[in-house]
Ligand binder design. Structure first.
Ligand SMILES: [Zn+2]
Length: 484
């Protein structure tokens, strides 16, 4: 009786042409003709990688074998690694087919009929598979080396889709990311909104309104943590070369310092930084009767509208409407306005205070600048050592990370000390004649200056209790108004 076979054909790599399948069909049918075996069915598996058996057509093949194994003697493939690139997995499949269903696997190209009971044949099958597997490992290794070079050394963006906020320009190796201005507006909004403590769901709502299609609860965090937006990218380590965040060729939408700072904040540690929100100028300045600075945030009212509130972290303490608090402050400022004859006095007094503070700031500033120079020197020498191969990649990377973090800290210190005193000084000297009208001064000032004014005027002790402001301290020159 003529023996019967089924053949199994497969694209060996994705995107391979049909001629490969035709060739496999030819080879397997030639073997069948030569051996006088009838092929009763053919299974073709297209477009899946040979890594595992978890493929739809292989599943169909197995179902077929389960049902019809009594009328099948051989399973023909053109080459052994059609089965799987995992040698062990393929061998156990061959073993199973033979022991359970009495079906022998044939490799038509190699002219081998695998017989699990004949050690020589089985050994050869093993060898075939191991060779295929090694080929696979080599290919993966070459690809990984290429990815590492392209990303870490050349700074190229190698993926098929441009990230939101960017588009591709150029072709082939010169293809690169450029900023997509429309989308970049959304990205900028997300970063700024986060920095001003906008609640996550509001950021998502507005970003969607601006045209962001990405959905999901983590979408804001996904944007904030992606170094692509700071002109960098994540590179996986390759062999003994370090992985990490590497500079890329494309321009960032936010700067690296801001990005690093945000990562620290997301981790919940690192630098304390007062977040400035123009709608909540008293946040961080106005304190609860328990001495804690009040926080400020929007909350949803009965009709779905958002209202701004200042509140204490402690339950049952202050929770006051920002609008009301601002109105009350205006009243106070009106009473605190000065008669002309006292302008000279306040000028004197504030000048002294400011000079003190600016002296401090100047000292801090030059100290910070020295720190920065030192850090840069260190960074330079670490890089030099690494380039001259006097330092291991891992050590270099640890240093780099540490120095970068410290630079971010020092830089934000420099920023703080270079503006603080100057802007307050400018405010005072610009508006000195207007000091008779403190309300006016307050309204003219931007949020940072408003806060400075409140801190100065009440010496950091402006409290809220029982629906009103309280302070144990007012600059003495204001007292005349409050007493009358
Ligand atoms: Zn409190």
């Amino acid at each position: 009786m003529q023996k019967k076979a089924i053949s199994y054909l497969r694209f060996s790599h994705e995107g391979q042409s049909n001629s490969s399948i035709e060739r496999q069909e030819l080879i397997t049918s030639q073997w069948a003709e030569r051996m006088n075996v009838e092929i009763t069915d053919t299974f073709a598996d297209a477009g899946h990688s040979a890594k595992t058996f978890d493929r739809p057509d292989f599943q169909k093949l197995q179902d077929f074998i389960k049902q019809h194994h009594r009328s099948v003697d051989y399973l023909i493939v053109d080459q052994m690694d059609r089965f799987s690139r995992d040698a062990g997995e393929a061998l156990s499949m061959i073993k199973k087919l033979q022991s359970k269903y009495s079906i022998q696997v044939v490799s038509a190209t190699e002219g081998i009929t695998f017989d699990y009971h004949t050690p020589g044949s089985f050994f050869r099958a093993g060898l075939q598979f191991l060779l295929a597997e090694e080929d696979n490992i080599n290919r993966a290794s070459k690809i990984n080396a290429g990815i590492y070079t392209a990303k870490a050394k050349e700074g190229r963006y190698i993926y098929g889709h441009a990230p939101f906020g960017y588009k591709f320009e150029g072709q082939g190796k010169s293809r690169h990311l450029v900023i997509n201005e429309e989308q970049a507006k959304v990205v900028t909004y997300i970063f700024n909104a986060y920095l001003t403590n906008t609640p996550d769901y509001i950021i998502r709502e507005r970003a969607a309104h601006m045209g962001l299609k990405h959905k999901g609860n983590s979408v804001v965090k996904d944007f904030l943590t992606n170094p692509i937006y700071a002109g960098h990218q994540v590179v996986k380590p390759y062999k003994d070369l370090p992985g990490g965040i590497f500079p890329a060729l494309h321009k960032g939408i936010v700067d690296m310092e801001t990005w690093s700072m945000i990562q620290q904040r997301l981790k919940g540690g690192g630098m304390e930084r007062v977040i400035i929100d123009d709608n909540l100028p008293l946040r961080g300045v106005l304190k609860c009767h328990c001495q804690k600075p009040l926080t400020g945030a929007p909350s949803r009212g009965r009709h779905g509208k958002y209202y701004l509130y200042y509140k204490c972290r402690h339950k049952g303490h202050n929770n006051i409407s920002a609008t009301k608090a601002h109105e009350q402050l205006h009243e106070i400022l009106k009473y605190m306005s000065l008669p002309q004859r006292l302008v000279a006095a306040i000028k004197d007094q504030s000048e002294k205070m400011l000079q003190e503070r600016m002296k401090d700031n100047r000292a801090n500033l030059s100290r910070s600048k020295r720190d920065m120079e030192e850090l840069e020197q260190q960074l330079y020498s670490v890089e030099e050592k690494y380039i001259k191969n006097q330092m291991a990649a891992e050590t270099y990377h640890r240093w780099l990370k540490d120095l970068t973090r410290r630079r971010v800290e020092v830089k934000s210190r420099i920023e703080r000390f270079s503006k603080n005193g100057d802007s307050t000084w400018k405010l005072l000297s610009d508006h000195l004649s207007k000091l008779t009208d403190l309300q006016y001064v307050y309204n003219q000032a931007d949020t940072l200056k408003k806060q400075e004014l409140i801190r100065l005027g009440f010496d950091n002790e402006l409290y809220y209790e029982d629906k009103t402001y309280r302070t144990p301290f007012v600059l003495p020159i204001f007292e005349h108004n409050l007493l009358t």
